[in-house]
Write a protein that binds this ligand. Sequence first.
Ligand code: C5P
Length: 282
Amino acid sequence: MELIEKAPAKINLGLDVLSKRPDGYHELEMIMTSIDLADRLTFQPLPTKEIEIVTNCSFLPLDKKNNIYQTVQLLQQNYGVNEGVRIHLQKEIPVAAGLGGGSSDAAATLRGLNRLWQLNLPMTELEQLGDAIGTDVPYCVQGKTSRVTGRGEIVTTLPPIPPCWVVVAKPKVSVSTGKIFKLVAVEELYHPNISAIEAAILEQNYFEMVNHLGNSLEPVTAKRYPQVHLLKEKFMQFGADGAVMSGSGPTVFGLCHKYSRAKRVYNGLKGFCDHVSIVRTL
Ligand code: C5P
């Protein structure tokens, strides 16, 4: 028996950092949606408690440092599972990019093993388990357009965003989320209007949504990696309706109402970046 789960990337249409919490984490307010750029996980049962991960990506750790490994262990421990699993990870989402690839892989592992091991856990329980693995995992369990608050564990589903094309571009640098948060001085941050993005989605007003794209972390990451602002300028020069950094970066995405415009942006950006793609939202 073999099971397959897709693990889509996420983008942040809005990301506001509200405060630093006593536990060292930051209180966030985000609007997230998933895009048609996905890793693919294949699950095969193993008779003993062994955890085996294989991947096409040469530089990923495959031991306890890996989100997928941690997720398998968490399920084995919490539910007394005496079986193991072999997981093949086909990596398509750029790593350390701000696209939630590692979190989505963990969420796909929760969904996949819930089926493989017939645990029959409800989505809400998978979200709670995901909270122990990483900030974006609870969102990624369902991956529906959502307002996400708290540390990242409070997920409120919204309607899908108005239809559009998303051009995703990652500069040739990798960013550690933890390091970017260490550079944050909350009192100096700018705050995007998250409620205005939510209202625009509820009204299905594409241009209003685009007008309010924003990310508190963008100036923080761009100060360290000026490529982020240069890339954003290029998005606008080539005709994107709006562009913003995703997560803690360095990936910037641009939204385009028309495919022809998205194609122009894509062609313009090819060559400057590690990774560029045109995708639909899910
Ligand atoms: O949970 P994840 O591993 O994605 O987070 C990476 C780091 O980002 C955390 O260790 C923490 O330093 C920082 N972070 C934060 N506030 C959040 C989420 C993450 O300070 N809400």
